[in-house]
Design a protein around this ligand. Structure first.
Ligand code: ASP
Length: 298
């Protein structure tokens, strides 16, 4: 594997191998894992905001002994009119082993891989509304830790699916792992055409007997004039509170990729409740990214 651009490129056994590698890193002292890739270098190019993903990649690289530089895009030459291709070729000339890229344009990392003739590895850290494969992997790993097998699981995903690269990667990964059932709930305008067969009639039938409930943020920054959705009554119709969570199985876990908007898609009592694994997802993010980078560079 040279790059990770789209989670659909991974087979079920690739995903399980990453679970196993992440599990091993969990039990490996950092001093030991830091010897694995000493002298290698990575660059993080984030053209969109990030808290979790960027810091998680930075920690993952540090724990593998990789020097990582995060380019401050605001102060870079792309602001002086340099093309993205020229910026990339310039940084690549500095002998980088890995680029980690987040961008608002769908599929841009694919073009970047081609500009570099596939010589340097690229990880997609989120492209527009398309894919966020490392988030998908850490979500799958978190589900696997709690539920062990996917075949009999019901996964409910609620919120702004239309603009969610997180949901795309998760749904694609779940499909590869042969998940029992996926159910979605949101205003119809926020469900992508290709996923409409999974749309539930109401919130109750979406959550009913679910093993995993995934809540998504409304991505207002990606809304266009064609998305006339108001968030005023969102919580009332699409928000998860403790009462609604009772519809799911007793041992259901609640997930959210973050950043969470408390009181909109999720109530405090659920976000901070016993069934929430939101901070576990964050913790697993570092391990999963370590596992992936180790595989790409080995
Ligand atoms: N952090 C995730 C992303 O970059 C989810 C979100 O922003 O809502 O796509």
């Amino acid at each position: 594997m040279k790059h990770l651009l789209d989670i659909k490129a991974l087979s079920a056994s690739d995903i399980h191998a990453l679970f196993e590698q992440a599990r091993q890193f969990k039990n490996t002292p950092i001093k030991q894992s830091q010897k694995l890739h000493q002298g290698r270098s990575a660059m993080a190019l984030f053209f969109e905001n990030s808290t979790r993903t960027l810091t998680s990649f930075q920690l993952a690289c540090q724990r593998l002994g990789i020097d990582i530089t995060a380019l401050n895009i605001e102060h870079s030459s792309t602001k002086k009119g340099e093309t993205l291709r020229d910026t990339l070729l310039t940084l690549n000339a500095m002998q980088t082993d890995l680029f980690i890229v987040r961008h608002s344009q769908n599929n841009i990392q694919q073009s970047m891989a081609e500009w570099l003739n596939h010589q340097t590895s690229i990880i997609n850290a989120g492209d527009g509304t398309n894919q966020h494969p490392t988030q998908g992997l850490l979500d799958l790993y978190t589900i696997w830790q709690h539920k062990k097998a996917f075949e009999n699981l019901k996964v409910a995903i609620i919120g702004d699916l239309k603009h969610s690269r997180v949901a795309n990667s998760l749904m694609d990964g779940l499909t590869t792992l042969n998940v029992g059932e996926i159910k979605l709930y949101a205003p119809e305008a926020l469900i992508p055409e290709s996923r409409k067969t999974w749309l539930a009639d109401d919130m109750k039938s979406c959550i009913q007997d679910a093993d995993v409930v995934v809540m998504l943020r409304i991505q207002k920054e990606r809304f266009t004039a064609e998305d006339p959705i108001s968030i005023e009554n969102w919580h009332q119709h699409y928000g998860l509170n403790q009462e609604r969570l009772q519809w799911a199985k007793e041992d259901a876990i609640v997930m959210h990729p973050g950043p969470i908007n408390r009181g909109i898609e999720i109530a405090d009592e659920v976000a901070d409740g016993l069934q929430s694994v939101i901070l576990e997802q964050v913790k697993n993010g570092v391990l999963m990214r370590q596992a992936l980078i180790h595989q790409l560079l080995s």
